[in-house]
Structure formats: structure tokens, C-alpha cells
Design a protein. Sequence first.
Length: 341
Amino acid sequence: MSVVLRVIAAGPGVTLQDGGRWGYLRYGVTAAGPMDPLAFATANRAVGRGHDAPAIEVSLGGVELAVEGGEVSVGVVGGSFRVVAGDREFRSPAIVRLTPHSGLTIRAGAAGAWCYVAVAGDLAVAATLGSVATHMRSGIGGLQGRAFAPGDRIAVTSPQALAPAFGGIAAPWLDRGSGPIRVVLGPQDDYFSDDQIDRFLLGPWTLSSRSDRMAYLLDGTPITHTKGFNIVSDGVAMGAIQIPGSGKPMVLMADRQPTGGYPKIANVIGVDLGRLAQVRPGDRLSFQAVNVEEAVRLRRDEAAALALPIVFEPLARPDLPSEFLLATNLVGGVSAGDDGS
């Protein structure tokens, strides 16, 4: 038995991702994968899938899906997005059972930039180099290397309708708090004087609207280099923070290039990658330096928390404003009255 997910509408940047396309960086192929790995893994766990199983990454533009052929449960996890399934309205994180009569609409809510829809079943999408992760700049993975578009259809084999049909997801590890984004300094922090490193850490920085899955661009007082802004290109990891000639930091994200030739003042630690990814354009942030040992300890704590059982809670309907309910159809359009006007 299979069901089909049909895309009714999708904002820019809605893609299919999995844990990433690993092992090909030396050939110039970036891993891609989710912007918020923790939310992604939690969505998959909620529907009984592996941490790295394929799931839909939803951007601030939202998505509207219809279901054909049967029922299937999905886990919706990420920022505080607003979700409508049939006549139910609620916020992520949650587990939702979809039917041909309900469909699913996800729109940006009060906070967060990315949301994940994990499906209780196998998505019938061909892998490229062992992964379905979409990397749009190189045009590989997912749906022919592109974002979702109205009319796209994805078959789901072995779909499951899980219990509860609707439930909130109690995952305390998703409450990552606020405060500075933690980083490990280097590997080229010697290209900057101590006062410039302090300026970098304190900021404050504002996330630019020009940011995307490749890099988060930060606006603020420029950082001055002491040894120039060019290095011999070397490999970059997700969260690497380059300081180009403009002096304004660029945080390399999931669709980063494989190498870079600007000095890297620091790297965001693993447990804060998702928290940074959920920052919206216009939001302000600063950084805090920690050592490698602290970064490793925090990463192990996160892994231990993610291994805890998923607990579901009764869903409470939030008091959604009327303007949101009127806007749940992402397609929009005009309906004719009786007089044809």
C-alpha cells in the first residue's frame, strides 16, 4: 500500500533533506542536509524513523500538502510554526495524522526559521551519491535538485497511521534557550587582534535578509584583520565563521562551499548550529567563546537527551488570529460572486 503527498503550494526553499551526503567533500560535493539537525532528528524520531531519514524542510514561506490514497502520520518539529490539519489548528512540535480529507498547511509563527515534516513511511525518491539531500546550487538530490513546486507528488510506501492521531511532542531538548551563540575560536583567529576578537564576540550582529542555506550574513561594526583577509583555501565545516574583506562575518551553513579562502575567526559548536539556524532575518545575536572540551561535553549531553523516549501530550488549540486562518491557503486567488464579479 502507498499514499501520495501532493504539493499544493510551497514558499521558496522548501526541500527534501536527509542526514546529508557524506564522504564526497574531497570531490567538491557538499553534504547539504538539514539546517537544524536537532529538530530534524526529533521529527524523525517522533514517527519511528532513524535520525537521518528523509524529511521535508520547510522555510518561512510555508508549505501546503494534500494526501491521496490513505492515511499517514507525520511529525512536525522546528520553530514555533503554525499548523493546520483539517479543522485542527496547533503549533509545532506535534504528531499529526493526515487523511485525504485533511491535508496539511504550515506557516511561519511567532519564532523560528525552519520546520521539518517527517513521514511515517518510506519516501519514494531516488538517491544521488547515496543521499536524497537537496543541494540546489549543484542541482542534485531531492526533486531533481530543486525546491518543491505546486503539483509535485511524492509516493510514500509502507505508510503508517500512528497513535495518537494528534499529539504534542514533549521533547525538552528542543528548549535550547537564548543567550549568545557558542563558538570555538580558530583556526585562523591569529589573523585578528584581541580587541577585534572581543568585538566579534560582543557584537551585536543582525542577521541579514540576504542569508540563505549557504551562509548566514551578519551586519554590524566590521572586524579589522591584522594579517590580511586572504588565506590558502582550506576545507570548511558547517558553522565556520569567515571574515571577508568587508569585515562582516559570514557563517557557513548546510549548503556551504567545500573550501574557503577567507580567515575563519571561529566555528559555531554543534549543539548551537540549530539554534543559530532558527534566527530570523533582522534578529540580533552575539557569540560566546568556549573550549573544545566544553563543546564535546555539550554534544554528548545532546545525544543522550535525544536518545530519551519521545512522549506525546494532548494537543491544545492555540488562539490563532483570524488573519492567520484566512491566510492558510498559500495559493491565494480570487473567487467570483453570484453576479460573476
